[in-house]
Ligand binder design. Sequence first.
Ligand SMILES: Nc1ncnc2c1ncn2[C@@H]1O[C@H](COP(=O)(O)OP(=O)(O)O)[C@@H](O)[C@H]1O
Ligand SMILES: Nc1ccn([C@H]2C[C@H](O)[C@@H](COP(=O)(O)OP(=O)(O)O)O2)c(=O)n1
Length: 225
Amino acid sequence: MLNISRQISSSRQRFLHIELMGTVVDSSNKEGSKSVLSEKKPKVVFVLGGPGSGKGTQCANIVEHFGYTHLSAGDLLRAEIKSGSKNGTMIQNMISEGIIVPSEVTIKLLEKAIMENENDKFLIDGFPRNEENRAAFESVTGIIPEFVLFFDCSEEEMEKRLLGRNQGRVDDNIETIRKRFKVFVDSSLAVIEYYNSKGKVKKIDAGKPVGEVFEAVKAAFAPAK
Ligand SMILES: Nc1ncnc2c1ncn2[C@@H]1O[C@H](COP(=O)(O)OP(=O)(O)O)[C@@H](O)[C@H]1O
Ligand SMILES: Nc1ccn([C@H]2C[C@H](O)[C@@H](COP(=O)(O)OP(=O)(O)O)O2)c(=O)n1
């Protein structure tokens, strides 16, 4: 069973290295163009955790109880493949390999989905998945999340869940699952560490049954007294 705190510590060095290299942001806002979201100013909660930690399952519960709109980055990318877009083949290849799609593609999809929805509060599930995702999203949209829900779950449990998910996904096979776990440890934990340093992470023990996990999630959303 993997210890997330240890994973975070071991990823910190890499993270600091990236920061020191000064390569965190490739802002696509170089020409000073404003994001379509700068007017809307939606409230955003990021929902992060390893593959199979239960992000999608709990997002459905949060939508029902707290009136958020759920945007899954993975679902938006899969819909883009299906739509026959020019980026479809590239996205398909990257997802099949468990690799993170370039930020500008995912951010455009998220911006569009937010703009097309009248709601002003969104759960963004599975994004940001690396430092490039995080820094580019903040820079392009100007949105800082209210908080970050982090579903903490052992790889053993996540692997079991993914192999049983049975949704016909090209990446839910043991070989790609192992690659996705590596990408999570190598790239995504740095994002959680970043927001943790800002005091924004609400960590949930996601290894428990769905109902118990949702009790913890509800507490995270309860207004401060
Ligand atoms: N707490 C839980 N206990 C057992 N199985 C779960 C739990 N949460 C989700 N699952 C199941 O595990 C699989 C992965 O959950 P999902 O919500 O799709 O994860 P993610 O969006 O993080 O990849 C699904 O088949 C789901 O029904
Ligand atoms: N921000 C994101 C989110 C997902 N992706 C791609 C790469 C991921 O392995 C796949 C699947 O992500 P999704 O969030 O749907 O599923 P898991 O959390 O891995 O179960 O999509 C991405 O490239 N960038």
